[in-house]
Design a protein around this ligand. Structure first.
Ligand code: ADP
Length: 189
């Protein structure tokens, strides 16, 4: 199994690169942000529970997020691998993901962090807000998301670094060049 975590702050390009990687490596894309947005759109019980938190740029509680993720993985018993995009966002989520995969005789192959500076992130999200109008891309909500990233999510990096699983790829430049740099890392696993 090839199980990748694509890591990075909001606007780093995780979604864009995940789409390209799943096509190349036949992986299942598990984006917790997309899953939550699907629940909100379909007005499920879970969607109703999380919509305000997400609109405010806050993280959804670990228990809810982990349960949703595990359910999604279990829906794909024949998968040859997964890309986790937007998950884990806390150390608890990272620990639970490891336990869950070990229980299935599997593990995380590697974690790739897309490196993008703050100015570029802000610029990209302002652009995305104009085009797609995602409510949590509004400047004030984005500020909260970036705060959540630096207070909680960033600690996931040393967790994987200690396991020798972390690689960094420059997330600035042509989409195609970034993709090639990701492939270079993955093909060494
Ligand atoms: P980004 O542009 O930051 O990559 P996502 O689409 O991944 O945004 O996530 C949107 C929102 O969904 C987050 O701001 C958060 O409220 C919620 N969310 C997504 N993944 C997680 C997670 N792993 N843990 C908690 N909340 C999450």
């Amino acid at each position: 199994m090839l199980n990748l975590v694509l890591f990075g702050p909001p606007g780093a390009g995780k979604g864009t690169q995940s789409e390209k990687l799943i096509a190349k490596y036949q992986l299942i894309h598990v984006s917790t942000g997309d899953l939550f947005r699907g629940h909100i759109k379909n007005q499920t019980t879970l969607g109703q529970k999380v919509s305000q938190l997400i609109a405010d740029g806050e993280l959804v509680p670990d228990s809810i997020t982990i349960a949703m993720l595990e359910e999604e993985v279990d829906k794909n018993p024949d998968a040859t691998g997964f890309i986790f995009d937007g998950f884990p966002r806390t150390v608890t989520q990272a620990e639970e993901l490891d336990k869950f995969l070990v229980g299935k005789g599997s593990l995380i192959t590697g974690v790739i962090a897309l490196d993008v500076d703050q100015d570029e992130l802000t610029r990209r999200i302002a652009e995305r807000y104009k085009v797609r109008g995602r409510p949590d891309d509004d400047a004030e909500k984005l500020k909260k998301r970036i705060e959540e990233y630096f207070s909680k999510t960033i600690h996931v990096l040393p967790y994987y670094e200690e396991q020798g699983k972390l690689s960094k790829v420059d997330g600035i430049g042509e989409i195609e060049t970034i993709f090639e740099n990701l492939i270079a890392v993955i093909d060494q696993y």
